[in-house]
Design a protein around this ligand. Sequence first.
Ligand SMILES: [Zn+2]
Length: 431
Amino acid sequence: MKKRCVGFLLACVMLLGLLPMAHADAASLNATPNLNLTYEFSDSAQAGTIRYVSQLSASPNFHASYWNDYVDAAGWECYTACISMALSSVGADATPGDLGDYWNEQQYTGGDPFTTMAWDVRPYDATFLQRSFATSMDNLLSHPGSYSPPIIHLTTYSERGHYVLVAGKLSENTYLVVDPANDEPWKITIENNVATYIRHEEERTEELEMAVQYYRSAGALAQTPSAPQNVPAASIASAGHHADGTTCSSAAMTDVPAETNWAHAGIDFCISKGLMNGVSATQFNPSGDMTRAMLVTVLYRAAGEPDVSGVENVFEDLGADWYRNAVAWAYKTGVTSGVSSTRFAPSDQITREQLVSMLYRYRQLTGATPSEISALDNFWDAGRISGYAMEAMRWAVTNGLITGTASDTLSPGGAATRAQLASILMRYMSL
Ligand SMILES: [Zn+2]
C-alpha cells in the first residue's frame, strides 16, 4: 500500500509538467499522453481543445467570464463544467451559462443530468453517447477531434456524485483525469471497468457506470458560431418577424429558440397549423416532455377532430377529459392499442419508437402507402427496437422523419421532447 502511494505521488510529480494551466505551453501538452488536446482558456471553442476551467475560484484556471451569469454556481456545478469542457473539445461552444438556464428553468434537483442534455446540446449539432468506458476511450483515441473525452461519474465522493473528464491514457489501465473541482489533473486507474481514484488523499474504488461522450458528426459543427449564442428569443419575438421578413408564428413565446435553431421551424409550423399550442400564452416549453396523451391529441387535431360520440372507451386510466376524445379516436382507428387492453398510460412520456409507430399507423389510416423501407443495419441499437415498432422505425428513418441521436444510434426507447415532436410533425406533414 505504501509503495503504491509513493508510486502515485511520483506520477503526480511527473504530471505536474503536464498541468493544464491557462498559459501552458501548448507544444508540451501535445506530447503523449494528451492526445493532441491542449488545455487552455479561450473565448471560442475549437475542436481538439479542452477549455479547462477549474471551479475553484482561487484557481489560475478559473475564468468568471466563462460562467456568464452563473458564476455563483461554479462551486458546485461539477457536471456542468465537465459537460462544457467535453463540448468544447468537439468544437461546440456551449457555456455553463447556457446549461445553467436549463437547470434553473427545470428546477433540476437530481437524477441523471445527461439524459436531459439533448436540448442544450442539439443546437450545436453535437450529441452524446453512453458507452462502456473502454469503447469511449477507443472512440477518443481513434477519431481525434470527433469524440470528446469520456465523462465518468464517480459516485462515492458526494451525494450527487462527482463528474470527471478522462482526457488521455497515461499507461495501461492508467488515465489522465481533468477534474473541475480540482486545480490539477489527476490520474485514475481503471481496470475491468473498476475505477480507483485518489481525491483529497482518500482512495476509493468503484464500478463505473456507462461513460458519457459527446460526438461530432462530420461537418455538423461547421456553422457553429464562435461566441456563445442562444440568441434570446425575445429579440425575435419583439419584432414578430423572421430575418427574411416573414411572420413568426411563435413570436409570443419567450422560450422558443432563435430561428437559426433546428427547433424553431417545427414549432412555428405546429403553432401555425393549430397542431400544438403553447403551455401558456408566452411559453411553449420546447424541452418539455411529450406525453402519450399530448401526441394522440395532436394527431386527432391533424385528422380534423372527427366525431367520436358513441365510441366506447376501453381504457381505465384516462384521468382527464382534455384527451378523452383523442384517445377514443386513436383506439377506434387503430392508431393506438394502448399499453395493455385496459391501460393507455396517458401521462407516460412518449418514446421515439412509440411516436413513430403512432405516426406510421396514422399514415396507413390516411391511405398513403408507406414508401420504400430500408434496413437499419447502420445503427448499433436497431436490435433494441420493440417488435411492434420495427416496421415503423424503418419507415421513419427511410423517410427522414427521425434521424439517429448519433450517426450510429437510434435510441428507440429514448424520450421525445415537444420541440422534437414539432420538427418530426413538420417533416411528416410534408411527406
Ligand atoms: Zn418563427
